[in-house]
Design a protein around this ligand. Structure first.
Ligand code: ADP
Ligand code: MG
Length: 231
């Protein structure tokens, strides 16, 4: 895949969020509508196009944990708020500023995390767990070695102690588990087909009020060039 080749050619260890989502989308995983912008006018135009409220995030090859750097601004509901967030991001990142990602704001009370890592003996391994702040507090996860089909992915969802998260919840519809299962097996396929990807962390995947599934963040870590021969 070209965007992975380019990142490797640039000696980068990870894809940006925007690039990572292009990889996920190519495998059928639903991602946010978003536009990468470099100046204030483009930020305002993109927000108008996407429709308020929007989210603005700093973008850069070395920016793996955006909230920690203070460059994630959610629920921006007018142009003045977008411009203020843009200025703040540019200011915080200084020389490291490469652009900002304007993205649709996804509502939904439930957050999941989906992941991919490589087990030395077994190969690509897909993870499903609870997202957001709960990830670190509650250890509730299910794993499968790729490849696996959607029936097995469905088993993963029933393995979570918090399985009820997929049922109707506080006025929100049951989660679209079929799409979630397609996302889980697609992640396994990425692991099998994209040798240069060492790890993927999609945190969070939000369950929308209508039950739809959407990746709002993506971290794709690449192998170091020296690792290439081993796979
Ligand atoms: P980080 O690099 O810190 O993980 P994220 O992109 O995951 O940054 O954003 C931090 C948090 O902001 C997410 O966990 C999520 O709760 C919220 N968030 C981010 N993007 C969106 C979005 N498009 N819609 C709704 N909430 C979002
Ligand atoms: Mg995140």
């Amino acid at each position: 895949m070209d965007l992975i080749k380019q990142a490797l050619a640039g000696n980068r260890r990870a894809l940006t969020e925007h690039e990572g989502k292009k990889l996920l989308a190519a495998y059928g995983i639903p991602v946010t509508r978003e536009v990468l912008v470099r100046d204030r006018a483009a930020a305002a135009a993109a927000a108008g196009e996407i429709g308020y409220p929007v989210v603005l995030k700093g973008s850069g090859a070395d920016l793996m944990h955006k909230s920690e750097s203070g460059v994630v601004f959610v629920k921006l509901d007018n142009e003045a708020a977008v411009l203020a967030a843009f200025d703040r991001i540019a200011d915080l990142l200084g020389n490291a500023f490469e652009g900002a990602l304007v993205q649709e704001m996804v509502s939904g009370k439930r957050e999941l995390v989906l992941g991919l890592h490589r087990e030395p003996q077994f190969g690509p391994c897909v993870m499903l767990g609870l997202g957001g702040v709960l990830t670190e507090i509650i250890n509730d996860t299910a794993f499968r070695i790729a490849p696996f089909d959607e029936t097995e992915a469905m088993d993963m969802t029933t393995q979570l102690r918090a399985e009820k998260i997929f049922e109707a919840f506080r006025g929100e519809a049951p989660a679209d588990r079929e799409t979630l299962c397609r996302c889980l097996s697609a992640l396994g396929r990425i692991g099998l087909e994209q040798a240069a990807v060492s790890e993927i962390d999609i945190n969070p995947v939000i369950i929308k009020p209508d039950g739809g599934i959407m990746a709002v963040d993506a971290l794709v870590v690449l192998k170091e060039p020296a690792d290439d021969a081993s796979n």
